[in-house]
Design a binder for this molecule. Structure first.
Ligand SMILES: [Fe+2]
Length: 221
């Protein structure tokens, strides 16, 4: 890790734009060891998770690559933005996608490996306040997940002071500004095709059997 950091540090050169920033490489979380329960789930197999971790690692690598290349651009390079094509546009688009793919998956994997059922405590109270009942929340979350092309997200939106369920149609479609992501459901086919073929609703049944509500509630604080 220390070696990686050294490799990715750039000269501390003083320029008219200030000091060139350094970049610290991000390492993929080893969920097999950090949260082994995600490898023993009902309806979401070890094989699905192993394949899914490969995709997650790819997003982490691309995040690192984009950050490294942005840090390596000259001052003229970072200023040379153009909407049809420019190095900075390509890198920023890639960065958004890679960063989204990385963080969305980290929240999703942390959200799994639990025993499902219903949440409790402050999270249940907030759900009941904002959706009327847990059952109504789950129905809306499932419907959103069926309608999404990439992700269904439950977030706490600080301006509205309430929970809201939104769609993420790709890795770089983020929850609204000033929102905290609490629960992420990956609905790309790679999340369920091995176990359920194209039956997304069956995958959602499995998803809710494996939600770690303690993790979700912990994000609300
Ligand atoms: Fe995924």
């Amino acid at each position: 890790m220390e070696r990686d950091r050294k490799e990715l540090k750039y000269p501390s050169e003083k320029t008219d734009l200030g000091e060139i920033m350094t970049f610290e490489k991000r390492t993929a979380i080893d969920f097999v060891h950090v949260k082994p329960s995600v490898m023993k789930m009902v309806g979401i197999s070890e094989l699905t998770m192993s394949e899914h971790f490969k995709l997650y690692n790819g997003y982490v690598n691309k995040y690192n690559e984009c950050m490294e290349k942005i840090a390596g651009l000259s001052n003229d390079g970072v200023k040379a933005g153009q909407i049809t094509y420019s190095d900075i546009r390509s890198l920023k688009m890639g960065l958004s996608f890679g960063l989204g793919g990385m963080i969305n998956h980290e929240v999703y994997f942390h959200n799994l490996g639990g025993s499902g059922g219903k949440p409790s405590g402050a999270l249940l109270s907030q759900i009941e306040k904002d959706f009327g009942s847990y059952e109504r929340f789950e129905a809306e979350f499932r419907g959103t997940a069926m309608a999404a092309r990439g992700w269904a997200f439950l977030c706490y939106q600080y301006d509205l002071k309430r929970l809201i369920i939104v769609i993420g149609d790709d890795q770089s479609t983020f929850p609204p500004q000033n929102s905290k992501l609490l629960l992420a459901c990956d609905v790309y086919e790679h999340a369920y095709y091995i176990d359920h073929k194209t039956a997304r609703a069956a995958y959602l049944d499995a998803f809710f059997k494996n939600v770690d509500w303690t993790d979700v509630e912990g994000r609300l604080k």
